[in-house]
Design a protein around this ligand. Structure first.
Ligand code: BG6
Length: 507
């Protein structure tokens, strides 16, 4: 990772000492919104509590909602109950601009405010713009920043970066249009596209597990692995985001971004160094090896479904079509199962099964590598009835850790073998709480480490993989199946994997 802003901070502990944000201003577009309140402000406060923010630091919030500086400061205070002592100072330095993103006056007011903050605090012209707005205005905000020349550092040594939330485009064409609009104003090196899954410790642990250990990597190939299963299961429904979700669906909301990112780390070759570009080169190479499905075969490799009413964790919940903001005849999928193939030396012939859905039985994200069966079982069949092929399971959330399933002899006179689990659990192995994904990613953006952000070629390749599925589905090629809320998804998804003589894991 780069150590562009290496500050010595004896009060912080461990490796974080070399990753402290430099003096600067964080400009949040969409500052009155939910993401700012729920994620960004609490993450900033934790960074301040860990003493990873400098004294010369301020937040400027911008949004259309009318608010005074003081009202915004109150929002900052309310967003983090029990804040540490450093927060009050940041709140005091922070301010708010009410403005329309289409209005040049908003951006000249921002330029003026930034000048004042630089002068008062010594923030030196370094800014991080965070687009926490609805996606429709991403391109416009970038263009307007360019118009008032806020896209380039005003002083030598200062840095200007743009952090952009998902969704990045609605399909491959709109993602390319958005990229072109951003690149008219910002260089690729200035653009930090967020996928919050990359900020999760357990997702980063895929790299540690694979490349810091001698025992796993030699087995991590088609010679030993039968297939890979990626599950991103949520027990929640669409909450208050019905009208947003109607236009997205599970394929765009989870598969194109979070699943593809987790997959790229699982499939990639070792990078020559942990430098951001080397890692991202390998990730994009892995994604490019995923076989792009053909539209006519989509019906055989993909299942789409929508949840009906049911019971989740003991509570009766409505079906998707009864949720607020959802069309009562909606055809949007809340569940996807997909079978992918990878065309390279490491993975040829190893199917990748992916499933994600809302209102499933429980919240669980994992990557499971299932190994091949032993070539010859020397025991009588009855002795191995409780034995399944070995599996290595990377538990991403909520019970973070790694499990290895293998066979062991059942104690006793008879010779019987059954599955046992070897378990590593974050909660017990490390006493420290891991940083929240947004805390990690905000600091990385301010420090200038793009490793955990998505490069333009990664976004494009991920869209390329899902695009034929979108195309086939919008042409009506696959009927929308149903599943009861609280189940593990539709029976069509079981058929998808059972056709190959395999089973979904039962968590
Ligand atoms: C978001 C999706 O990107 O990820 C949501 O838009 C989803 O629909 C969320 O609920 C899941 O994130 P996490 O961190 O709870 O797994």
């Amino acid at each position: 990772m780069t150590t562009e802003a290496a500050f010595d901070n004896p009060l912080a502990e461990g490796l974080d000492t070399v990753r402290r944000a430099p003096p600067g201003v964080l400009v949040v577009f969409g500052a009155s919104g939910d993401l700012t309140h729920r994620k960004l402000l609490p993450a900033l406060e934790r960074l301040s509590r860990r003493r990873l923010l400098p004294a010369a630091f301020a937040v400027i919030g911008i949004a259309r909602t009318e608010m005074s500086d003081d009202a915004f400061r109150d929002v900052m205070v309310e967003a983090v109950p029990g804040a540490g002592p450093g927060w009050a100072e940041i709140v005091k330095n922070s301010s708010y601009i009410t403005g329309d993103y289409a209005h040049p006056g908003t951006f000249s007011a921002l330029a003026q405010r930034l000048g004042q903050v630089d002068e008062a605090l010594g923030t030196g012209g370094t800014r991080t713009y965070y687009l926490a707005t609805v996606p429709d205005v991403f391109a416009e905000v970038a263009r307007m920043l360019g118009q008032v020349k806020l896209n380039r550092p005003a002083h030598p040594g200062a840095t200007v970066r743009l952090v952009i939330e998902k969704p990045f485009g609605h399909d491959r064409a709109t993602a390319r249009q958005l990229d072109a609009a951003l690149h008219e104003v910002f260089d690729e090196e200035q653009i930090y596209r967020i996928d919050h899954y990359l900020g999760k410790e357990t997702v980063q642990n895929v790299l540690a597990l694979r490349f810091a250990n001698a025992i796993f990597e030699p087995l991590w190939t088609r010679n030993y692995i039968d297939h890979v299963q990626v599950t991103v299961a949520e027990s929640l429904g669409v909450e208050k985001r019905g009208s947003f979700y109607e236009k997205a669906g599970a394929l765009r909301d989870i598969v194109q971004n979070h699943v593809m990112q987790v997959l790229s780390l699982t499939l990639m070759e070792p990078a020559s160094s942990i430098d951001s570009e080397r890692i991202r080169d390998e990730k994009v190479k892995a994604l490019r090896s995923v076989v792009v499905p053909q539209v006519p075969e989509v019906a055989n490799i993909a299942v789409r479904a929508q949840y009906d009413s049911g019971w989740v964790e003991g509570v009766s919940v409505p079906g998707y079509r009864q949720e607020d903001g959802v069309d009562p005849h909606s055809q949007t999928e809340t569940y996807v199962a997909l079978k992918l193939a990878v065309d390279n030396w490491r993975w040829a012939g190893v199917p990748i099964y992916v499933r994600t859905g809302k209102r499933l039985q429980k919240r669980l994200t994992e990557v499971a590598l299932q190994f091949k069966e032993v070539p010859h079982l020397a025991f009588p069949k009855a002795a191995a009835e409780g034995l399944h092929p070995n599996a290595l399971v990377l538990r991403i959330q909520p019970d973070e850790g790694v499990t290895l399933r293998f066979g062991a002899k059942v104690p006793g006179q008879a010779f019987r073998v059954r599955d046992v689990l070897m378990d590593f659990s974050y909660g017990t192995a490390f006493l420290e709480d891991p940083p929240d994904a947004y805390e990690r990613l905000l600091l990385d953006a301010m420090v200038g480490d793009p490793t955990l952000f998505i490069r333009t070629d990664e976004v494009d390749t991920a869209w390329q993989i899902v695009e034929p599925v979108i195309e086939a589905w919008s042409a009506g090629a696959a009927p929308l199946a149903g599943y009861a809320a609280g189940s593990w998804g539709p029976r069509q998804a079981d058929t998808l994997i059972q056709r190959d003589g395999r089973q979904w894991r039962t968590p």
